[in-house]
Ligand binder design. Sequence first.
Ligand SMILES: *Cc1c(COP(=O)(O)O)cnc(C)c1O
Length: 430
Amino acid sequence: LDLPITEAGVPLPEALAVLEREVLRPGAATASGFHMAYIPGGGLYHGALGDYLAAATNKYSGVYFPAPGAVRMENQLVRWAADLVGYPATAGGHTASGGSLANLTAIATARDAHGVSSARVTRAVVYVTGQAHHSIAKALHLTGLGEAPVRRIAIDPEHRMQPAALADAIATDRANGLEPWLVVASAGTTDTGAVDPLDAIATIARDADCWLHVDAAYGGFFLLTGQGRALLRGIERSDSVALDPHKCLFLPYGSGMVLVRDVQQLRVTHAHTGSYMQDTHGASGELSPADISPELSRPFRALRMWLPLVTLGVAPFRAALEEKLLLARHFHARLGGLGFEMGPEPQLSVVIYRWVPPGATAQAANEFNRWLIKAALEDGRVFLSSTTLEGTVWLRLAVVTHRTHLREVELAIRVLVELVRQAGGTVASR
Ligand SMILES: *Cc1c(COP(=O)(O)O)cnc(C)c1O
């Protein structure tokens, strides 16, 4: 940034010009509808307006005493999300900066609820799949659980945890004197959007007396749709859930949420206070985020979520999510018809696909798809990404922002077809 911080400052237009040139232009346009890489976040304008009001009024949303309305607003949103998940009245939670922090808070809470002390940690077994988000491993490390044995449970051809394999692993570990305590399931994996069979996993976790955490950072808000509801059945039986309103509620980055079935467990993990806080403890009957989260001072995040939901209602969010599901299926069908090799029918709104040149070896096919994603990024009209699953390179399309519609998905198809043709591939003409 070639604008130094000086004693006297510079006029605002000069600062805005630097912002435009050096910050807003370079890199990816993540608020664009053509952003279909990773798990996009759209950045809804109504959410930005909520942020502006929150920043300008600067209400202190961590504690009820100075900002009862801000805390009640957050608790109302937590209740709304808990109802969506299907949690009982005992549930609670708070907003967080994102899914990573939501996962971290949930795992710290699970650790305390199950009394996993440092003396027990090397025997305390955790169950995930290879498709779990890397923030789970990070959370285990940060919560002092880095030495806990982690079992990567086998997945089916649609990249979902196999419940029978989970039950076997738990039984084997128990027979060997180990202490199974935590199962982490995914409701929408990052690679493929796969949803683990939550209901079957919940039964196994309950029978084994394990805490079940569901990472629903990407997929959770698809509960607003009929297809999502059916797919995520069983999430209501979990002990904790991580959600990311900055993904499928289209809010600006920095919007996560953690929910715990029994809010008292969140409280046990986070109940620390200081004597300078003594004036703030009232008999409001309302839990403050500071009582149940790692944060004290924090942004008034609830306003960016409340303003869009309360003014627009839930219907447009539901409609947008239904559109994303349809667009993913459309892309899967269209590209398959053009001769691309397609991953499984999308469960949510992520599609994996690749172009395999006729007669190519596995290695040559991988090489080609590495070239294809690089060429697509250099082309720049759409933003796609890639991943590697069991040694196979796949390209990904993730339809997540509210600004992605048929036009954007069709352009992605056109770009891919053009690039494959440019490399000498024969794409079916349709
Ligand atoms: C995005 C994502 C995360 C991490 O969330 P952040 O908001 O990026 O911290 C965790 N798990 C899943 C499944 C995700 O999609």
